[in-house]
Structures are given as C-alpha cells and as structure tokens.
Design a binder for this molecule. Structure first.
Ligand SMILES: NC(=O)c1ccc[n+]([C@@H]2O[C@H](COP(=O)([O-])OP(=O)(O)OC[C@H]3O[C@@H](n4cnc5c(N)ncnc54)[C@H](O)[C@@H]3O)[C@@H](O)[C@H]2O)c1
Length: 368
C-alpha cells in the first residue's frame, strides 16, 4: 500500500543529503535557510543556548534568573493577632474649593466594602466616605472593622468642622466570612436594616500565600479560592439581585490583582494568580450579564501596594523588596491612597459608560 508520509520522508532525506554534499564541496545551496547537519551540536548559537535550552534551575546569575519563580522563597505571613492596625489616610478629606466634575461625587449613595477593616479595603472605603457615600464595612474581623468605622467618622468630622451631625456619613461594621453564603446573606440583611439600601460594592476581601504548586496543601487552595473567588461571586450576586429588585442602577468594583495577568516572581503562588484571573473575568462576565439592568461591573488590578501587611513582610525580607521594585517601571511600590481615585471613579457616574473594564494601578508593571 502507498504511504504518502514514507514518500515525504524519503524525499526530505534525499534533499538533505544533496544539500550536505553541496556544502562539503563548497557549493552554496540556493536556499536562505542553513541546513542543520545531523551531528551538528544544537547549542552552538549562544543566544538559543543561553535561554530556552538551559535546563530549569541551571540559569545561575543570568539566564532567565529574574523571570522565574523560586520554590525556596518562603514568605512568612503574620498571624492575624500579630497584624499591625492599618492607618487611614490623613489630611485628604476636608472641604475644598477646587473645581472638579460633579459626576465624581457619590453623594447619598450607600457602599459596601468587603475586607474593609484593613489595608486597601479600608482606604478605599475612606475614599467613598470622602466622596459623599455612606459605608458598610464587611470583614471577618468585626472588632477591627468597628474601630475603623469610628475612626473614619471621627476623622471626617475633624476635617469638616461645623458640619451638622446629621450630615456626617453613616459608617457601620458587619461580620461576614465572604466565602460562606449564609454568612453573606446574614450580613447583607444587617446592612439593609442599618442603611435601607445598597448602591455600590467593592470586593476587597482576599489574601495570598506562597507554596510551590506541587506541595501546596489542597485544603489551603480551596480556602484561597473560596475567599478570593467565591467571596467575590457571592457578594456581587447578592448586591446585583438587590439592585434588580429595586430596579436601581448600581456599580460594582472587584479588586483583582496584576497577578491575574502576569506571574509574579520570585515567590510561587499559582492558585492566587489563577484566582485573580478569575476575578477579572467574573467582572467582565457579570458586566455583560447585568448591562441591561444598568449595573456596571469593573475590576481594579493593583500592583505591589504598601499596606501594613506588605510593609511587615518587606521589613523582614529586604531582598524581596529589591527584586519587586526592580521590576516596576515607576521604581516604587504603590500606596493604598493610590487606589482612592480609581475606585471613586469606577463607582461614580463619571464612569457611566465604563463596564467590564480592568483598570490596572500597578506603576506600569504589566506593560513591560
Ligand atoms: N497589597 C497588595 O499589594 C495587593 C496587590 C494586589 C491585589 N491585592 C488585593 O487587594 C485585596 C486587599 O488586600 P490587602 O493588601 O488590603 O490585604 P489585607 O490583609 O491588608 O486586608 C484584607 C482584609 O480582608 C479581610 N478578610 C480576609 N478573609 C476574609 C473573609 N473570608 N471574609 C471577610 N473578610 C476577609 C481581612 O480580615 C482583612 O481585613 C485582596 O483581594 C488582595 O488580593 C493586594
């Protein structure tokens, strides 16, 4: 039986033998591609040998060294009770007379921020309060959320002296494990009882940790996905359902991460990276599904941000600080304050035609 693949192989072998013979006789073949001889070593070219051909882990100081994860990098995250309190931003919330677009205001809205007791969530919540919104802080850590709620109102009052107490923002604190549907429903009912309605949501509850993919304990992967992905899903659908029932427009901002688009180095964290990619695409998918209900859904993807937690980690790992900042075009990490404008914009009417978008606030990390 005739087999075309045998025929092709035979023709190719004959043509290679002819080419080799011509090269041996000093005759240059009429071809722009140099023919690789059978026994010629493949790594003669220093460029190909130095990079892709290098075996994993053999890169030393040069080849791929800055673009690989290192399973030996172990970042110790502090226990919850060892965590320093997150500071709120000072001196930004007073009355001002600078002209700005009125559409950036969140006057009269009620916003929910999950993971709002600390770090980025806390300062984003402060941005919403400074922009005229009432706020419900949702967190695993209710005591800290209550303390921060009091501080936010106190600071607002200090920065806006003479305000009628009725004009102060209402800031409440609620316990919720965002990965547990029952706990989400309970907290949401509590928020409705306190505020009467919800217009906006920011999902900031989330965490990262570092294990190499092979040794990552499966129960920890499920927990990480539960908080970062399920928590985002559950709170978003709960708020969207409420908005649909009220036939009211609304806006949701999910906090993803640049890790949803790139792979961080050197610390290994595959499940976190995948979770943040899921968050980004949840935002896009919900945006399409709920566009007809006038509910906008967007995602903010921060780069490396200096929170109380990351500060503590970097104080203990100065080498990591050097590696991270060497990869950021603006040359430094961001601060929680750098997200204040982004979150306010996306929740406000200034962004009324923006939905399904990802806003990267990463000092240029992901464009290099
Ligand atoms: N800090 C960064 O550099 C950075 C960068 C990119 C993305 N992010 C993302 O931003 C978000 C906030 O991070 P952060 O740095 O402010 O962290 P953080 O640890 O300072 O604050 C997270 C808050 O979420 C709460 N939380 C954790 N699990 C929860 C749960 N199951 N239910 C309710 N609340 C829970 C914590 O109690 C805490 O108050 C996270 O989603 C994180 O992945 C952070």
């Amino acid at each position: 039986m005739f087999k075309p693949s045998f025929a092709r192989t035979a023709v190719r072998a004959a043509s290679q033998a002819r080419a080799a013979a011509r090269i041996a006789n000093g005759v240059r073949p009429i071809s722009t591609t140099r023919v690789m001889l059978k026994d010629e070593p493949k790594d003669k070219d220093p460029f190909t040998a130095a990079t892709t051909a290098a075996p994993g882990g053999a890169s030393g100081q040069h080849e791929g060294a800055w673009a690989r994860t290192d399973e030996n990098v172990k970042i110790e995250y502090p226990e919850d009770h060892e965590m320093p309190r997150s500071p709120i931003v000072q001196g930004r919330g007073g009355m001002h007379f600078k002209r700005t677009l009125a559409s950036f205001s969140l006057e009269g809205k009620v916003s929910v921020v999950t993971g709002g007791a600390r770090g980025l969530g806390l300062v984003m919540g402060q941005a919403l309060v400074n922009s005229g919104s009432h706020l419900a802080i949702v967190d695993l850590n209710k005591e800290e959320a209550e303390e921060q709620a009091r501080k936010l109102v106190q600071q607002f009052s200090d920065e806006n002296p003479g305000l009628d107490p009725e004009d102060l923002p209402k800031v409440t604190a609620h316990y919720s494990d965002v990965s547990d549907p029952e706990s989400v429903n309970k907290a949401f009912a509590e928020i409705l009882a306190a505020h009467g309605k919800v217009d906006s949501l920011v999902t900031s509850a989330g965490f990262t940790e570092n294990f190499d993919a092979i040794s990552y304990p499966y129960d920890r992967i499920k927990k990480l996905w539960g908080v970062n992905v399920d928590g985002t899903y559950l709170w978003s659908t709960t708020v969207a359902k409420h908005l649909m029932e009220r036939k009211s427009p609304g806006s949701i901002v999910m906090i993803g991460s640049m890790s949803g688009a790139i792979v961080n180095v050197p610390q290994p964290q595959a499940p976190y990276n995948a979770a943040k990619a899921a968050v980004r695409h949840l935002a896009a998918s919900f945006a399409v599904e709920w566009a007809g209900h006038n509910i906008r859904v967007n995602c903010i993807s921060p780069g490396y941000m200096l929170t109380a937690l990351t500060r503590k980690i970097l104080d203990e790992n100065p080498e990591l600080n050097k590696k991270w900042t060497s990869l950021i075009p603006v040359g430094k990490m961001g601060t929680p304050e750098d997200l204040m404008g982004a979150v306010t914009f996306l929740l406000s009417d200034a962004a009324r035609y923006v939905t399904g978008a990802e806003l990267r606030v990463d000092g240029g990390y992901t464009v290099t």
